[in-house]
Design a protein. Structure first.
Length: 251
C-alpha cells in the first residue's frame, strides 16, 4: 500500500480511538508517522502494532514548548512534514449552568487552542514541502447542537470555522485544511459517557436509534476519508466539513 509513500504525518491523540485508527492506516499506506499524545505507554503500543518505525512523542499540544519539540523531533527524524491530523480532544458533559469554569477552559484549551497552536506551527514546514494537508477531527456537534454539550459543541464549532478560515488563508500555498465530523463513535471517551449514565443500556439504545445506519460508529469508520484527505487524491479539496455520522445529521 503506497498511497502515502514519501508523506510525513503527525497524528495527535494517537494512543486510542480515532487517532490510533488513523495513525495505523497512515502507516499502512506508506507514510512516516509521528504519534503524539499525553500517555507514552499507549503511543508505544500503537507504534509496536504499526510496525515500521513510527516516532513516539509524549506531549501536551496546548503548550507551545511541547509543540516546538514535536515539530523539531519529527522533522529531524523524517526530514519534513506533509500531513497533520488534529485529533486530540476532551469532552465535558453539562448545560451552560452545570459546566464549571475549569471545564470550559480545559475544553477550549485542548479542543481549540491546542489545535490552533499546532496548525499554525506546521505552516512553515508545509510551505517548505510545497504544500500539505491539515485534517481536523471536529464533530457533528460542531454543526448541530445537542443537550448537555454546552462546552464541547461550541469548541467543535470553533474548529469548523477555523478550518474554513485557514483553508481560505492558505489555499494559495497548496496547504489544504479540511474537517472530519464524526457522530457517536465508540472510543474510550464515549464509553465513559455511557458508563456514567443512570441506565447505560437505555442510553446506548437511544444513541443507536438516531443513526439511520443502525449502529454506532467505530474508529475505523474514519480511516478511509482521513487517508483520502492526506493523499494527493484530494488535491482540489479544502475548507470541506465532512460528516461521517451514520446518517445522524439527516434525521
Amino acid at each position: 500500500m503506497s498511497r502515502l509513500k514519501n508523506k510525513v504525518a503527525i497524528v495527535t491523540g494517537a494512543g486510542t480511538g480515532i487517532g490510533r485508527a488513523i495513525a495505523l492506516a497512515l502507516v499502512r499506506e506508506g507514510a512516516k508517522v509521528a504519534l503524539v499524545g499525553r500517555r507514552k505507554e499507549l503511543l508505544a503500543a500503537v507504534a509496536k502494532e504499526a510496525g515500521g518505525s513510527p516516532l513516539v512523542l509524549a506531549a501536551d499540544v496546548s503548550r507551545q514548548s511541547d509543540i516546538d519539540l514535536v515539530l523539531s523531533e519529527t522533522v529531524a527524524q523524517f526530514g519534513g512534514l506533509n500531513v497533520l491530523v488534529n485529533n486530540a480532544g476532551i469532552l465535558h458533559i453539562g448545560t451552560a449552568e452545570e459546566i464549571s469554569e475549569q471545564q470550559w477552559d480545559e475544553t477550549f484549551n485542548i479542543n481549540v487552542r491546542g489545535l490552533w497552536l499546532l496548525s499554525r506551527s506546521v505552516l512553515p514546514h508545509m510551505r517548505k514541502a510545497g504544500g500539505g494537508s491539515i485534517i481536523n477531527v471536529a464533530s457533528v456537534l460542531g454543526i448541530n447542537g445537542a443537550r448537555k454539550r454546552s462546552a464541547y459543541a461550541p469548541s467543535k464549532g470553533a474548529v469548523v470555522l477555523l478550518t474554513k478560515c485557514m483553508a481560505i488563508d492558505y489555499g494559495h500555498e497548496n496547504i489544504r485544511v479540511n474537517a472530519l465530523c464524526p457522530s457517536f463513535v465508540e472510543t474510550d471517551l464515549t464509553a465513559e459517557v455511557i458508563r456514567k449514565a443512570a441506565d447505560p443500556s437505555a442510553v446506548r439504545k437511544e444513541r443507536v436509534s438516531v443513526h439511520p445506519i443502525g449502529r454506532l460508529g467505530q474508529p475505523e469508520d474514519m480511516v478511509g476519508l482521513a487517508v483520502f484527505l492526506a493523499s494527493d487524491e484530494s488535491s482540489w479539496m479544502t475548507g470541506a466539513v465532512l460528516p461521517v455520522d451514520g446518517g445522524y445529521l439527516a434525521v
